[in-house]
Ligand binder design. Structure first.
Ligand SMILES: *[C@@H]1O[C@H](CO)[C@@H](O)[C@H](O)[C@H]1NC(C)=O
Ligand SMILES: *[C@@H]1O[C@H](CO)[C@@H](O)[C@H](O)[C@H]1NC(C)=O
Ligand SMILES: *[C@@H]1O[C@H](CO)[C@@H](O)[C@H](O)[C@H]1NC(C)=O
Ligand SMILES: *[C@@H]1O[C@H](CO)[C@@H](O)[C@H](O)[C@H]1NC(C)=O
Length: 678
């Protein structure tokens, strides 16, 4: 690159130009919001470039790069050398993990008129890409009548049973949706006696096939809860329990419609037909049969080496406090959206931070850029790393900001733990909207959501924030532009698609990098951490109100009410203290004491016993529910106890116990925030 950090005059001139540019923009653009106050933030914002970000994406997506393959290693080396060439200290941490690949699969339909139709399982023009499969599906074969299972929810089986449809021994066809993970859908089918499962996704790319993992939980199945060292045997029953009991394969919508169109038997329930996306409403029968399907799948599980790549920008004052930015790098196919739109943004942030460093800036706290491997198999790279570094992260991690499918189309979508809400609002008021000349991201984002709190929460387990928040209790953010992109996990998730549809001018990429990097600068440089626990208190209060409505009078929420009261008081006191320390120009140690409490409060929500449905998940406010029909997506332990009671006549005492556990967690958080012993 033309710019060399070794020449001070050059550096000075460069930054003079950047500052003048920033000043020019300032004077010529009426700011509806205050501009960022720090010089580093201004330089960071004015150094964004759609050209560099596009070039990184091009490079990353030249070839498919499934985790555990040589082409995947070459992307790790690319990211590592990018960090190094910028002068950032980089390293790679490797793990060996059990991954899963397809060896052979076939499917044919045997129609009632005697004709046999081989059903193609791969996508047209997709040579060189891994054939569609479900990672960790057991091998198996079935030749049996086809039956349609809708999304495969419990409700769907009830609807089938009500019509006298017996699904046992059949090959079940189901569509992705209704909030079920692939694992849940296949495991449910197995529990109902279905012999093998075909899964399709409705969408614009009707010949696309959605690959994915069917493993339950996250991390290497051979080292559940720890990293490295001793591993379980692959045939240990604890390992097998992570995988569904019956084989499954993904198919295209076109293939699914061939099968659906030939089914007779019971009529499809009205609600199912209504919930189809357009075009598919002509199908009436759900089977079983008369069409029979001949299904075979053979997979191989292999120990593979996976590579997490890091750049560590040491903090100048508080090197032992970490601000973590992470994105996975491995992809089912070319990965232009998923995940390398995020990787390209991460690499551009690295470039811009390195520019800042050459001007003499260094962050107050340490910033760690993380490029994860094997996310697609079940967040394996990030989970193993979090497990390996758990205590260091517990005591030193300020926050984790995840970006996975960064750019899918227009419109901002953000999820976060609530103490970060204000920071996200501030920062989105400083970054230009990519799709509108004179607006800031915040304006369009707020307008699209009618002004209500548009920040979602993080109970999902669908990207690398899961180990950070749900296992380690680290305040987290997840962010993307656009949603539900049609080429998800297909061979069509390529640079071409990005150029033609996702982000033709790469302005959305620049915006993602802008928000991501600016949030990082605030978290790393603000003397007092930009956390506001009053948002958390308000959010908890809302959860309590929802619970109150659902539970009625029968079960008391007094313990939670009292705990929230305590938490709210602590949050007010912390706000007062923050204001005071800001004015007083406090001493380093007093600030550090306050910051530690702000950082550690989230850890209070962890419980060593974890969730009843999965002990690895330690966070009692946000985490996965066992029951997808549950009406609430917070307090997962309470949610599951309520489902258990509603559906299977579970004990009221279990709900009470979970209520006590949540209230103790909130109390712990309040006590950390307050920071006084009793
Ligand atoms: C991890 O693997 C890469 C690629 O094989 C290698 O270059 C690197 O040295 C390994 N890192 C460690 C710490 O062993
Ligand atoms: C047999 O039935 C299938 C499915 O209904 C249909 O697509 C095919 O054309 C039929 N074949 C013959 C020879 O009638
Ligand atoms: C089912 O498919 C398998 C694998 O292609 C094949 O070996 C077998 O003969 C088929 N069975 C029937 C009944 O067609
Ligand atoms: C970057 O943005 C400019 C201005 O909108 C546009 O002309 C250019 O084509 C973009 N570059 C890339 C690589 O998309």
């Amino acid at each position: 690159m033309a710019f060399s950090g070794k020449n001070p005059t050059c550096t000075f001139l460069f930054f003079l130009t950047l500052s003048l540019l920033a000043l020019y923009t300032l004077l010529h653009h009426p700011f509806p919001f205050p501009a960022p106050s720090s010089p580093a933030a201004n330089v960071f914002l004015s150094s964004g470039s759609n050209y560099t970000v596009a070039a990184y994406l091009r490079q990353l997506t030249l070839r498919p790069h499934l985790a555990g393959t040589p082409l995947s290693l070459s992307t790790a080396l690319y990211v590592h050398s990018h960090f190094q060439s910028l002068g950032l200290p980089a390293h790679t941490t490797n793990f060996s993990a059990l991954l899963s690949y397809p060896a052979h699969s076939s499917l044919s339909a045997h129609f009632s008129n005697g004709s046999v139709l081989p059903i193609p399982l791969s996508e047209p023009g997709s040579s060189g890409v891994i054939p569609p499969y479900h990672a960790y599906s057991p091998s198996g074969a079935a030749h049996a009548p086809a039956v349609f299972l809708n999304c495969g929810r419990e409700l769907d089986y009830l609807a089938l049973a009500a019509q006298g449809v017996d699904v046992k021994g059949c090959v079940g066809l189901l569509r992705r949706g209704c909030g079920l993970s692939r694992h849940e859908a296949v495991a449910n089918a197995a529990a109902h006696g279905v012999a093998a499962v075909l899964m399709y996704t409705e969408g614009e790319f009707r010949e696309g096939v959605e690959r994915g993992t069917v493993m339950k939980g996250v991390g290497d199945p051979l080292s559940p809860g720890w990293a490295g060292g001793e591993k379980l045997e692959p045939d240990d029953p604890k390992v097998a329990r992570r995988f569904p009991g019956v084989p499954s394969l993904p198919v295209s919508e076109v293939a699914a419609e061939r099968i659906l169109g030939s089914l007779e038997g019971a009529r499809m329930p009205f609600e199912w037909r209504e919930s189809f996306k357009t075009g598919n409403r002509r199908f009436w029968g759900v089977g079983p049969g008369p069409t029979k399907l001949n299904f075979t799948y053979k997979g191989e599980q292999e120990m593979a080496t996976i590579h997490n790549v890091f750049a560590v920008i040491k903090g100048s004052e508080e090197a032992d406090r970490y601000v973590l930015l992470g994105n996975h790098r491995d992809a089912w196919t070319y990965g232009a959206v998923d995940p390398n739109s995020g990787t390209a943004a991460l690499l551009d942030i690295a470039r811009r931070f390195s520019l800042l460093m050459r001007s003499g800036w260094s962050p107050r706290r340490t910033i760690i850029l993380c490029s994860w491997d094997a996310e697609e198999f079940g967040m394996i790279g990030s989970t193993e790393w979090v497990e390996q570094n758990l205590l260091n992260l517990h005591s030193k991690a300020v926050a984790y900001f995840n970006v996975d499918c960064a750019v899918q189309g227009p419109g901002l979508f953000v999820s976060a733990t609530p103490q970060l809400d204000d920071l996200l609002v501030d920062v989105t008021k400083q970054v230009k909207d990519p799709d509108s000349e004179n607006e800031y991201v915040y304006e369009r984002w707020a307008a699209a959501n009618g002004g209500v709190n548009q920040i979602q929460r993080l109970s999902r387990v669908d990207s690398d924030f899961a180990p950070f928040l749900q296992h380690a209790g680290i305040a987290s953010i997840d962010l993307y532009f656009g949603k539900d992109f049609p080429v998800y996990h297909t061979a069509f998730d390529s640079y071409d698609w990005m150029m033609n549809f996702g982000d033709p001018l790469f302005h959305r990429h620049v915006t993602v990098a802008g928000i991501w990097g600016l949030v990082a600068l605030r978290l790393a440089d603000d003397p007092i951490l930009p956390f506001n626990y009053l948002s958390y208190a308000t959010e908890l209060q809302e959860y309590k109100n929802v619970l109150n409505t659902l539970l009625g009078e029968s079960i008391s929420l007094d313990p939670i009410t009292a705990a929230i009261q305590e938490f709210t008081t602590a949050a007010y006191e912390a706000e007062e203290e923050i204001k005071k320390l800001r004015v007083d120009g406090s001493t380093l140690l007093r600030r550090r004491g306050l910051n530690d409490r702000l950082m550690l409060t989230e850890r209070g929500f962890l419980d060593p016993e974890g969730l009843p449905g999965g002990q690895w998940f330690k966070h009692l406010i946000y985490g996965p529910r066992g029951d997808m029909d549950s009406k609430i997506d917070f307090f997962p332990g309470i949610a599951d106890a309520m489902s258990e009671r509603r559906k299977k006549g579970g004990e009221e005492a279990t709900i009470r116990h979970e209520i006590w556990r949540v209230s103790r967690a909130i109390q712990r958080a309040a006590s950390i925030l307050r920071g006084e012993v009793t």
